[in-house]
Design a protein around this ligand. Sequence first.
Ligand code: C2E
Ligand code: CA
Ligand code: CA
Length: 542
Amino acid sequence: MNTTTPQTQKAHQILNIIWGILTALFLIVAIFVIGKSTQNSLHEQLENTTKQLSIKIDKLINRVTQSVYSTTINTQTMMGCAQLLQPQLQHIVRNVPEIAGLSINEISHDSQKILTCSTFPADDLKLNNSGLENSLNILGPVQLKALEHPVLILRQQLGQYIFNIAIQDNDFQKLFKPAIPFAKFVVLYDAIQHKILIEMLLENSLEQRWLPANTEQINQTELLIKSNPQLLIATDLIRLNHSRVLIGIDNKQIKHLIIRNIAIASLILIILSLGLYYFIRHRIRQHFSLHRALMNAIRQGEFFPTYQPIMDRRTNHCCGAEVLLRWQSTENEIIMPDSFIEYTEESGLIVPITVDLVKKVFAESSMLLENNPAFYLAINISAAHFSDPYFFKTFITLCEKYHIAPQQIILEITERNLLYHDESVINTMQMLREKGYSLAIDDFGTGNSNISYLQRFPFNYLKIDRIFINSIGSGAITESLSLSMIEMANRLGLKVIAEGVETYTQLESLENNGAYLMQGWYFSKALPFESLISFLNRNNTP
Ligand code: C2E
Ligand code: CA
Ligand code: CA
């Protein structure tokens, strides 16, 4: 059964539009926010990394300088370098692994005479002493003859002494090695001389292998640093003047990550929003469901009766009419019972609908019935009416109120939802028969009803369903079935009403087999009450 009402469709359309717009808006905002926040958090991460690195380097420098500045140095020890100072210096070099060599210079007041005490061969560490401040500086890298690796020189002047501490650059490199995601290079940079002191390059972003750069690469990196300062993260060292740790951001990797994050977030957003969409759709469906529409129709009194004439072929008069329900929906269209009757019977809504319908029928037809005592109305009821404890009481009260004689009413009970062989149902039916109401079994032959069913329930009419009538003249098996149904009904003393008569052939065949009560489009479709009156006036006047 199609339960989609026009309101539902309209609400769905509105939902589709709003959902589309909102989802697109949310997606745009999400893309923007996630892009920005991913970038910010990566920058923060890299800033932390440079800070950690600079702290490590500061610590290394501290350790190294502390060990050197604790030696006793004076002109005397300087003069007796080989015996007095050099052994001390060599002891330091041996015990502090980062120190590759040491040299101390003493400058006389007139700066003419320089005394040197060093762990290096005499001519190995010839450094320009000019331009020194009292603070600690770093120079290099320089390749000393005595050492395998290039060294960086930590240099500081304290009074007339200048300390030169050689640290092998691979000791710094060790500090640089840990994984630094989203970085292209990490360098120790002299910001005054614009010179790279130590550089590590990421060889392969997948494996995160940092390699010390060769001189050519240093030049390239120096160029990069000068041309793209926005792609750098920097932290100044505390212990070293003008020196800072620089990390070169790998923008490509960051872009990839941002795109990936955006893709994941968009997917989650779309899944969530689809979930929400279907939830709202479901709620709309519920809201505008057939049930609500029917409840509303009952409240608004949108159901009304039509009457399909029943002909007595013996007199060729209209002897009665079947009341057929119609629903005038708010959209000004008339809805046929086939699309909703099953649901109303299942849900029990049919009971208030029938009560309302019967009131309307009796109000407009009581005069007709009173003036034509042989005329009857057939009213459709179902198992749901028997399950309701008040329906028949109400029905009988209405008949009394409108002065309708029970002999003028046939209750058509469809076998669609077969009445259980329940004592109380049979009792109710018997009570109705005793009061004078007729009972017809409707749609006979289409469901579970059989001859024992007919014997058990106190029916006095049998309506042959239109599918059987339809087959008359076709030679199909159902044709002979409908004829034997008539025979059986006659034997059981049931009056037969043949429904759905459309052709003269059907009429003739039915008449020849002893069925003379007929209903169908051959005579008339279901009519509004006024048209029924006209029909009667045309047909029933002798
Ligand atoms: P039904 O009780 O078997 O009613 C006869 C149906 O056959 C009606 O359809 C009628 O319009 C249609 N019909 C009559 N003559 C012909 C014909 O010559 N050819 C064809 N093709 N059809 C014909 P309708 O009005 O659409 O009703 C459909 C069903 O809805 C009814 O079948 C009945 O079971 C149910 N129904 C209608 N009104 C009520 C009601 O007030 N209460 C209950 N419980 N059910 C109702
Ligand atoms: Ca019927
Ligand atoms: Ca029928």
